[in-house]
Design a protein around this ligand. Structure first.
Ligand code: GDP
Length: 195
């Protein structure tokens, strides 16, 4: 997909202020500081459409970006890194939970995991939830430029051997170099247009 337009539409804090034009939504989930804003900016080739910051947990709203008047990228609030477990309830925040459980336009989720640390307990709980509830999701390993190819390959091999992660689709990504950008964008476009 070629980006023709990308604009911030709303920072949603309740169901009533979500867009009503019915365009498909692809949501981006991950812990604070995982590189979500950087990934969105890189996808749409705009330096600062989504705010990036090294201060974790700053935004608690759901930010909607309309792309090519075709779909929304929905930036979900980042969740905590340390807490979490099998029980996801309460970890994601009220707004994210309300969004995930009550949304006719949500087509797919891109779940971000920091490549240096691998999935946190909350990431794993989220991945379990995705497997149970979402037909379509992709795991993206961010900041891949910080690891050698050999280390990345070793991590993917290790993860695919784990029962809870076997058979899932994942891809490495670097907002710094752009590696993985076209793959993620094409996946997003396909997920938004497939019915
Ligand atoms: P968010 O809280 O998930 O939106 O994370 P940000 O996009 O604000 O990124 C958090 C920090 O990680 C910032 O200091 C970014 O510059 C850095 N960062 C994000 N993506 C990458 C990446 O692909 N490579 C490297 N080296 N740093 C990154």
């Amino acid at each position: 997909m070629r980006i023709r337009s990308a604009e911030f539409v709303v920072g949603s804090v309740s169901e009533s202020d979500r867009p009503t034009d019915g365009l498909p939504e692809i949501a981006f989930s991950g812990r604070s500081n995982v590189g979500k804003s950087s990934l969105i900016n890189r996808l749409v080739q705009r330096k600062s459409l989504a705010r990036t910051s090294s201060t974790p947990g700053k935004t608690q709203q759901l930010n909607y970006y309309r792309v090519n008047d075709l779909l929304y990228l929905v930036d979900l609030p980042g969740y905590g890194y340390v807490s979490g477990g099998k029980q996801l309830r309460g970890e994601l925040g009220k707004r994210t939970e309300a969004y995930l459980h009550n949304n006719d336009h949500l087509r797919a989720i891109v779940q971000l995991v920091d490549a240096r640390h691998g999935p946190s307990a909350t990431d794993m709980a989220m991945i379990d939830w995705l497997q149970a509830n979402m037909k379509t999701f992709l795991l993206v390993f961010t900041k891949a430029d910080k690891l050698s190819r050999a280390k990345l390959d070793r991590m993917f091999k290790e993860l695919s051997g784990q029962d809870r992660l076997a058979g899932l689709s994942y891809t490495p990504f670097s907002a710094l170099t752009g590696a993985g950008r076209d793959d993620v964008l094409d996946w997003v476009a396909a997920a938004a247009t497939d019915r």
